[in-house]
Design a protein around this ligand. Structure first.
Ligand code: GLC
Ligand code: CA
Length: 549
């Protein structure tokens, strides 16, 4: 088998991101250094050796900026500072230095669709009044109706309710998310310039790349009269680039401008778009003269089903290649039900209804979910392109589906009028040890309560246990780094319920999503997610096999 093409920890390599494994840190729930129940940079710095040992190439930090936490930090008060509860700019520099010393890059989350309502420019807009240049940086409009008492359009917020909120002087402002998240007016030159300044601010501090929040919503058709758009779901929109709110063709000019900023640096900074749009439009964000990558979310939405997986993989690889991008695979993040739970529920389960039942209906098959999650990571890490791992999945964490209503922090719970429980169940602070007030998350409590079963998943419990999820992730990552990973795969003949492909150099990957045991190609089994049965790969398992010759 071919030797690695390059040293993956070489921080000067401009192509590192193409096949990087990136670990998502949700800072408030990762590790708490001062015992106040909220994760912070001190806790993160302590755990960098853990991440180095895990074998990831980079970390992506979800927002750590000053924020009132109306939306878990995605309501940013100041894009160029650190929330004092999380740390200081100096500690941020220490995170970067310690990560780089460990050969791990740092990607930060950039939230360009909206600020928070406490941002300096939003306060200025409120103070300056209707018609002022300050208001023009956001989207303010007079209302409809005789006294302007009706919102300016039928646009709806992603978290429920109207996307418009009225201010005391009678005008309304737009927020595609919570009212505390006013949308920027991207037609305004100062807004564009200020984001370039933010990109440079973090790049100058040594950040390697950016994850771009709701990348598909920045450019809007704000021409009067505002066009009707009574939907929220950007997956249902027309895909010709003409929707008034989402995925407009104009958005790409913004990212071409960002690319010019990225290219000021050596190596150029990288970016990945969060754009929940169909694959044929999604890859446009990932073009080399724009962001370079865009999350492949179709695997997040797929059932545990070979045909669905195959279709997503084929389509995504084909389109990414055509766009000159690399694919960007993931099964979980801070917005979705953890995949160890999804795969333990019957296909087609209404996840929201399941959460509302506190995980009672349908009953989760915990063992099945864990077994499939083990197979899933061998698929994830074998696909060409880069892979994103969400904190805690390497411990096999499941969704905490039974959080009490009173403990919920996600604005979705309130804004949906208690019809959606929201995303807190995947954001519960990590268990590092089996004992202690918050399972080693910190010396105090945890801002979201951890269930007793977290003890079994503590990093210290799994460490060194050959059968644990943690050791499987470590082994798979270590192996991945020694295997030659070209940009393509070759599908091999297999039963319909089995995925079998070869990467370059005789690395065969077999994933059995069916109910019958499946044959493996003749060769050396490098890694398997479950013990083989008479040389066959059992149901819901995966294996990497080295085939020589
Ligand atoms: C993205 C984030 C999500 C946030 C939303 C609004 O989808 O991933 O957590 O609520 O944007 O910023
Ligand atoms: Ca803390």
């Amino acid at each position: 088998m071919a030797v690695p093409e390059r040293d993956r920890t070489d921080l000067t390599d401009p192509t590192w991101w193409r096949d990087a494994v990136v670990y998502q840190v949700y800072p408030r729930s990762f590790a708490d250094g001062n015992g106040d129940g909220i994760g912070d940079f001190a806790g993160l710095i302590d755990r960098i050796p853990y991440l180095e040992r895990l074998g990831v190439d980079a970390i992506w930090l979800s927002p750590f900026y000053p924020s009132a936490l109306a939306d878990g930090g995605y309501d940013v008060d100041d894009y160029r500072d650190v929330d004092p509860r999380i740390g200081t700019l100096q500690q941020f520099d220490e995170v970067v230095a310690a990560s780089h010393a460990a050969g791990v890059r740092v990607i930060v989350d950039i939230v360009p669709n909206h600020s928070s309502d406490r941002h300096e420019w939003f306060r200025a807009a409120l103070a300056a009044g209707p018609g002022s240049p300050e208001r023009d940086r956001y989207v303010f409009r007079d209302g409809l109706g005789e006294h302007g008492e009706l919102p300016p359009s039928d646009w709806v917020s992603h978290f429920g309710g109207s996307a418009w909120t009225r201010v005391p002087d009678g005008q309304w402002y737009l927020h595609l998310f919570a009212p505390e998240q006013p949308d920027w007016n991207w037609e305004h030159e100062e807004v564009r310039e200020d984001f370039h300044r933010t990109l440079r601010f973090w790049s100058d501090r040594g950040v390697d790349g950016f994850r771009v929040d709701v990348a598909h919503a920045l450019a809007k058709d704000l021409g009067e009269p505002l066009r009707s758009h009574p939907h929220v779901n950007s997956m249902d929109i027309e895909i010709d680039g003409t929707n008034p709110l989402f995925d407009r063709d104009d958005v790409h000019e913004i990212y071409r401008g960002w690319r010019r900023v990225f290219e000021e640096y050596d190596p150029p900074r990288t970016a990945v778009a969060e754009a929940w749009v169909p694959v044929e439009r999604r890859v446009l964000y990932a073009k080399p003269d724009e962001l370079g990558q865009a999350f492949e979310f179709d695997l997040v939405k797929a059932d545990w089903d070979a045909a669905q997986f195959r279709e997503v993989i084929v389509d995504s690889l084909e389109r990414a290649t055509a766009a000159g991008a690399s694919s960007t695979w993931t099964f979980s993040n801070h917005d979705v039900v953890r995949h160890a739970s999804r795969f333990g529920l019957p296909a087609g389960t209404d996840l929201n209804a399941w959460l509302l039942s506190d995980g009672a209906e349908p009953v989760e098959d915990v063992a099945l979910g864990a077994r499939r999650a083990r197979a899933a990571v061998l698929l994830l890490l074998a696909l060409p392109g880069s892979a994103y791992v969400y904190q805690g999945e390497e411990l096999g964490l499941r969704e905490v589906a039974d959080l009490a209503r009173d403990d919920l922090e996600d604005p979705i719970w309130l804004r949906s009028q208690h019809t959606e429980k929201g995303r807190d169940g995947c954001r519960v602070p990590l268990p590092w040890t089996a004992e202690g007030p918050s399972f080693g998350f910190g010396t105090g409590g945890a801002h979201l309560p951890q269930p007793a079963w977290f003890a079994e998943h503590a990093a210290s419990v799994e460490d060194g246990d050959a059968g644990s999820m943690l050791e499987l992730y470590r082994a798979a990552l270590a192996l991945r780094h020694t295997l030659h990973t070209g940009p393509a795969l070759q599908w091999q003949d297999s039963a319909a319920e089995v995925l079998h492909f070869e990467r370059s150099g005789g690395w065969h990957v077999v994933v059995n999503l069916g109910t019958e045991a499946a044959p493996l190609p003749a060769g050396e089994v490098l890694l398997a997610s479950a013990p083989l049965e008479d040389g066959l790969l059992p149901s819901d398992a995966a294996a990497w096999v080295r085939v020589s010759g």
